[in-house]
Design a protein around this ligand. Structure first.
Ligand code: UDX
Ligand code: ADP
Length: 509
């Protein structure tokens, strides 16, 4: 079979960008991305795509209507396709057996049943969505049980390794493409067909083929290992605070080991911040000498890391491997701990109460260059501050207002939506969001936050004005020079050395 037509079931963060790049790189192949949601397909066919991803708009504009189509006509797309990607959502189960941990495969099952019902000719069905190990077996069972005479299926696993915000580059310059399939001749032939698509732009040596279960497990394992690195460095940030070590220096030092490498350790320039603050107290000047550090790692977010590790934990438990399950569970627990530590630090710094205070949240997406808020640490920060009685002013360059309201009033985080709605205001620029606030909590590392006029912001804020840089992107020394109190995790905050000037003579208290 030579693949001439591809159908992708699911027009989300994975299916949309992946198929846009396939269409760009394989102009002779017709790629149709289908979805149950009419709104989503209408957005893909409009000037405002449903997801923000740098570079995506240009690719969609170049291919849409030529060899790239977005459609709700699932039947036609499945009927004519030689190869079908399943790119539907696989959220964590919220009810029943495995609730809170196991992947909910209802959408994958739904897609498989649709294919079984519609298909009239041989198909290669490719799992793109992240699924538990041996999910391909379930898909095959559904397809085989409903097989029409003369129709045969090959199931492949081809997990996606794109990260949001860099998806287009990750797809075009992939570190590797992983394809798992049956060891039978039919399975190997199907692997070759899929290889031939990627070979349009990925060198063959970067396409790694395995058996189906290795491929499925590798996706979970890759995400678990990446998240584990973040939790490891985050756990060390707590040790740094207790010992006087500096987490940025530690991260840089260990990352210089070529066996470890610097990525996903969030290593950054470790700045010692000398903070001299001058206050007028009873007609005397008090000089506080603060040593602060700029490394503050807020915890990982996103739709994949937590979900995939919990899924791995559940699989280990089902396989009667409790020690392995406990090992991976700790990665998620450490992330929760880090988020709580950060938020507690914000509250403690604001004199242990935020009730009646206004706090600005800069950035709501789980990372920069995406409008995605799934599992964003900003939800945890906002929820805790709201529970403590704060009023929130929120600004994110790409997250829609309705999404923020949805996230903060969702029953899983809030009991009283009306109360929450009255306590938050969404802004369309950072300056208005910071006006009259007591503190700024920076939750997403958007580039535009680095170049804001912080003099202007400082003068419009309540005093003392605080900044909690959750992403280590700001120039803390400049902020301190302006007059801000800058807070951080990962380095011991030394208590002030108190020096008073009395009529020009200094006397130390
Ligand atoms: C991840 C994987 O990287 C990708 O391969 C997989 O296909 C999907 O899951 P994604 O969740 O989109 O991608 O983004 P990623 O860049 O991995 O970041 C995840 C979270 O970790 C973000 O909240 C990010 O801010 C955080 N992070 C990342 C850190 O806290 N520290 C780091 O050093 C790196
Ligand atoms: P991901 O991040 O994995 O891409 P998303 O939630 O962004 O997940 O996208 C998954 C998409 O799959 C959604 O737009 C959803 O409507 C779609 N979907 C789920 N089940 C089906 C189905 N049976 N047929 C078509 N589309 C589906």
């Amino acid at each position: 079979m030579v693949i001439k037509k591809i159908c992708c079931v699911g027009a989300g963060y994975v299916g949309g960008p992946t198929c846009s790049v396939i269409a760009l790189k394989c102009p002779e192949i017709k790629v149709t991305v289908v979805d149950l949601s009419k709104t989503r397909i209408a957005q893909w066919n409009s000037d405002k795509l449903p997801i923000y991803e740098p570079g995506l708009d240009d690719i969609v504009k170049a291919c849409r209507g030529k060899n790239l189509f977005f459609s709700n006509d699932i039947t036609t797309a499945i009927l004519e396709a030689d190869l079908i990607f399943i790119s539907v959502n696989t959220p964590t189960k919220t009810i029943g057996n495995g609730k809170g941990r196991a992947a909910d495969l209802k959408y994958v099952e739904g897609a498989a049943r649709m294919i079984a019902e519609i298909a009239q000719s041989d198909k290669i069905v490719v799992e793109k969505s992240t699924v538990p190990v041996r999910a391909a077996e379930s898909i095959l069972k559904i397809l085989s049980a409903n097989q029409k005479p003369g129709v045969s299926y090959q199931i492949l696993s081809n997990p996606e390794f794109l990260a949001e915000g860099t998806a287009i580059n990750d797809l075009i310059n992939a570190d590797r493409v992983l394809i798992g399939g049956e060891e039978s001749p039919g399975g190997q032939a199907a692997i070759e067909e899929l290889c031939s698509i990627y070979e349009h732009w990925i060198p063959r040596e970067k396409i790694f083929t395995t058996n189906t279960w290795s491929s499925e497990l590798s996706k979970l394992a890759a995400n678990a290992m990446l998240a584990q690195r973040i939790s490891s460095i985050n756990s060390l940030s707590a040790v740094c605070e207790a010992t006087g070590a500096d987490v940025s220096e530690v991260a840089t030092a260990i990352g210089l080991d070529s066996r470890i490498g610097p990525k996903f350790l969030q290593a950054s320039i470790g700045n010692y911040l000398l903070h001299f603050r001058v206050d007028l107290v009873y007609h005397t000047f008090v000089i506080y000498n603060y040593f602060e550090h700029s490394c503050l790692i807020i915890g990982f977010g996103g739709s994949c890391f937590q979900k995939d590790i919990l899924n791995l934990v559940y699989i280990c438990e089902c396989l009667n491997l409790p020690e392995v399950a406990a090992y991976w569970q700790q990665v998620v627990d450490m992330n929760e701990y880090q988020k709580s530590r950060f938020t507690s630090k914000v509250i403690q710094s604001l004199f242990n109460t935020v009730s009646g205070k206004t706090v600005t949240i800069l950035g709501f997406a789980f990372k920069k260059n995406t409008g995605d808020t799934r599992e964003t640490p900003a939800i945890h920060v906002a929820k805790t501050l709201l529970d403590e009685g704060a009023t929130l002013k929120i600004y994110d360059p790409k997250v829609e207002e309705e999404q923020i309201y949805y996230d903060l009033t969702h029953p899983s985080v809030c009991e009283s939506p009306e109360k929450v709605k009255s306590a938050i205001t969404i802004y369309h620029d950072a300056y208005s969001a910071c006006e009259k606030s007591h503190a700024i909590v920076l939750c997403t590392e958007w580039d535009e936050f680095k170049t804001l006029d912080y003099h202007k912001i400082y003068h419009a804020m309540m005093k003392p004005a605080y900044i909690f840089d959750g992403r280590k992107i700001l120039d803390h020394q400049s902020l301190i020079d302006i007059g801000f109190h800058v807070q951080t995790i990962g380095k011991t905050l030394q208590r002030p050395l108190l020096t008073r000037f009395c009529g020009g003579n200094s006397c130390v208290h």
